[in-house]
Design a protein around this ligand. Structure first.
Ligand code: 4AD
Ligand code: MG
Length: 430
């Protein structure tokens, strides 16, 4: 018997096929029984009538419970009302395993209860739609960068020192030494960019965030492009075109998942590069008009970012942050040395910062001073200084957080649902 997946069922109209999957739900209506079968690619309604399926399948249906695994064989019939456009007229049921007391029922559960059962929760239609969109986001990012000639160059997870400040480092034993889990692949990207020109790394980043918010994970995925000879504007251009590309791909390929999530796609359809740019000082002025007083030099909180994005349909660049608030590696603006050549991109609809980028210090002496000012262990930065000793060039890069981007595109409140197994301040299991 031909085994098919539910997403491809339309190609087998009128034919007898087998589908392997799990019981999503079932119900009886007199002599007709309905089985909702899910196989990871979708859900299909299977209709069981004893005249077609035989008595044995009819009896097996009775024993089926939520999430029991089985192989159902039947004829594919068109049914315009069904979500997949088709249903299966059952000819036979082979039970693989009967599941007992599945803990997640169609009734409401608390988020804590569901997170404790994340390994099962992800089987739900909503959660699996989010994970499919995540996979599309990652593919779109990679396709975009590959097509633009960026070379994927992986960066290490174990590192000897920090990139984004020492206050969020996860320390780990490394034989008889101390190592830290990477906060960002950027410093290594700068080396691979000098070797390969345009590069990106794509991997997990770790931050011992002290605050518990809906935008912070302790382990998140980041894509970080870096390019030699790119100034800040050239990198900003890559970032906005990449975001536009990812949004378009998700809209065109993941329509049914967005519908499952009841995501209003109208705001996403408006996303179009170029994106507006405001300065940090301009952002403070906008906030002030909204009665939010922020001291010059302080970072935006979640609610500030939300307020800032309200004025724009597109993602918005915030540039020219005060240099002293930023990491050691950012180049200062030659026209105004107090300011950094950097940008954040805030997503629309209050989703906050999804991208952080900058032009890098390219002068060895300036960089050495900065490393000292930030009290960083200079012995671990000698190799990094080499990049300014041997053919230094202007260069820039940025990092985009996958989960924040996915949360925005899915329209979900908390980024913990945007990754298969979230790691937060209070949770490392399952
Ligand atoms: O702005 P960040 O800290 O920038 C860097 O790490 C640079 N080294 C990137 C670069 O220039 N190569 O982080 C970049 C992005 C943020 O905009 C955000 O989307 C995401 O990473 N991010 C987090 N996502 C989830 N949880 C956290 N705790 C995050 N911290 C940063
Ligand atoms: Mg940032």
């Amino acid at each position: 018997m031909q085994v098919v997946s539910i997403d491809k069922i339309g190609e087998f109209k009128g034919q007898e096929v087998s589908i392997r999957g799990w019981v999503y739900n079932k119900r009886s209506s007199g002599k007709i029984k309905f089985l909702l079968l899910r196989d990871g690619t979708g859900i299909i309604q299977c209709v069981v009538v004893s005249s077609e399926s035989g008595q044995e399948a009819f009896e097996r249906f009775e024993k089926l419970t939520q999430e029991s695994s089985l192989i159902v064989t039947g004829i594919v019939n068109e049914d315009k009302r069904a979500p997949s456009g088709h249903e299966l007229l059952v000819k036979g049921i082979e039970v693989l395993h009967i599941s007992h007391d599945y803990p997640i029922t169609p009734k409401e559960h608390s988020v804590g209860y569901l997170l404790d059962r994340r390994h099962l929760w992800m089987r739900s239609q909503r959660q699996s739609a989010i994970l499919r969109i995540r996979a599309e986001v990652i593919k779109a990012i990679r396709d975009f960068l590959d097509n633009e000639g960026f070379i994927l160059a992986d960066t290490p997870i174990f590192t000897p020192t920090s990139c984004e400040g020492t206050s969020t480092l996860f320390e780990t034993k490394y034989y008889d030494r101390t190592a830290y889990l990477t906060q960002s692949g950027q410093l290594y990207n700068e080396a691979t960019a000098m070797a390969l020109g345009k590069v990106y790394c794509f991997g997990p980043a770790f931050r011992a965030e002290k605050s518990k918010t809906r935008r912070h994970l302790t382990e998140f995925w980041q894509v970080e492009p870096e390019a030699a000879f790119y100034d800040l504007d050239a990198m900003a251009d890559v970032a906005e075109r990449m975001i536009e590309y990812v949004v378009k791909k998700v809209l065109s390929k993941k329509g049914s998942e967005l519908a499952t999530l009841e995501r209003d796609t109208a705001p996403l359809e408006k996303i179009k590069a170029p994106f507006p740019k405001i300065t940090y000082a301009g952002a403070l002025a906008i906030l002030k008009k909204r009665d939010i007083e922020l001291e010059y030099g302080s970072d935006f909180g979640g609610s500030d970012e939300t307020a800032l994005s309200e004025d724009f349909d597109n993602p918005v660049f915030v540039t020219s942050f005060p240099l002293q608030t930023k990491p050691f590696y950012m180049k200062s603006d030659p026209d105004n040395p107090e300011l950094a050549l950097c940008f954040d991109i805030l997503a629309p609809e209050g989703y906050g910062e999804i991208v952080g980028g900058s032009q890098r210090v390219d002068d060895a002496d300036v960089l050495r001073e900065r490393i000292a000012e930030h009290n960083l262990p200079k012995e671990h930065f000698e190799w990094y200084l080499d990049l300014r000793r041997f053919g230094s060039v202007p260069h820039s890069g940025f990092g985009m957080g996958v989960e924040r981007t996915v949360a925005w595109l899915c329209g979900i409140k908390h980024i913990r649902e945007a990754i298969p197994f979230p790691r937060t301040i209070y949770r490392i299991s399952p």
